[in-house]
Design a protein around this ligand. Structure first.
Ligand SMILES: [Zn+2]
Length: 231
């Protein structure tokens, strides 16, 4: 299997910078699974990228959300609206926030930090919070647990990787061919690292999770931010 064939490349322009993020497609016996789905408004890009991989968007059966951040779950509500048969999956803990039953933790963090921001950053901080207030919740259909196994992508398992958010998950292929890291690891200069450690909700847990996924020594680490690390 070629891991490059598994990833969608979504690109966004923020001011002068271009950001790429990499949702993943996993095929199972009965399932076509998308792992994470980009910022709000990304559905058209996802559809375009799926077709580029010869997958009709209507063939999607499942959307796995690694966690509640808006670059990962942003387009979930619009996707579910257009393709209601798609089942959304997330860990029990993340589901509380993804569904809107509890206030998004990144929004809580943003609101807390807002008071401490220097004046010149307050507008950015307010924009950030507003983005999260407008984030549309989606009700997960299936709750995931650590060590849950599926036949997707040749056989894989869910790994609890808390830290970045409390219920964050990664996905490991059972033969260690690939690890989908979500934000448990980002790829920076060809090294796996902790995503935005300063905004990590639990840095100690995040370090342990990073250690845990590195220990599997997978052949490919597919990082949502940074792309593929090949070993
Ligand atoms: Zn992210």
């Amino acid at each position: 299997m070629n891991t490059r064939d598994m990833i969608l490349d979504l690109s966004y322009t923020f001011g002068n910078t271009e950001q790429h993020i990499f949702p993943v497609i996993l095929l199972g016996k009965r399932d076509v699974v998308l792992v994470d789905c980009g910022y709000p408004g990304s559905l058209f890009m996802i559809e375009e990228q799926l077709r580029r991989h010869n997958i009709e968007p209507s063939a999607l059966t499942k959307l796995v959300l690694t966690h509640q951040d808006d670059d990962h779950m942003g387009a979930a509500a619009e996707l579910k609206e257009k393709y209601p048969a798609v089942q959304v999956l997330a860990s029990h803990t993340e589901a509380l926030y993804i569904s809107g039953r509890r206030k998004n933790l990144r929004l809580q963090q943003g609101e807390t930090l807002q008071h401490q921001l220097p004046d010149e950053q307050k507008a950015f901080g307010e924009q950030f919070c507003e983005r999260y207030r407008n984030l549309r919740p989606v009700l997960p259909d299936i709750l995931l647990h650590d060590a849950d196994r599926f036949d997707w992508g040749g056989g894989c398992e869910i790994l609890a990787t808390p830290g970045h958010t409390p219920g964050h998950i990664a996905i490991r292929s059972l033969d260690n061919e690939y690890m989908i890291t979500g934000d448990a690891a980002v790829l920076v200069e060809n090294e796996l690292a902790i995503a935005n450690p300063e905004f990590c909700l639990d840095l100690t847990a995040a370090k342990n999770s990073l250690e845990k996924i590195i220990q599997f020594q997978c052949r490919h680490y597919i990082c949502y931010h940074g792309g593929i690390l090949e070993r």
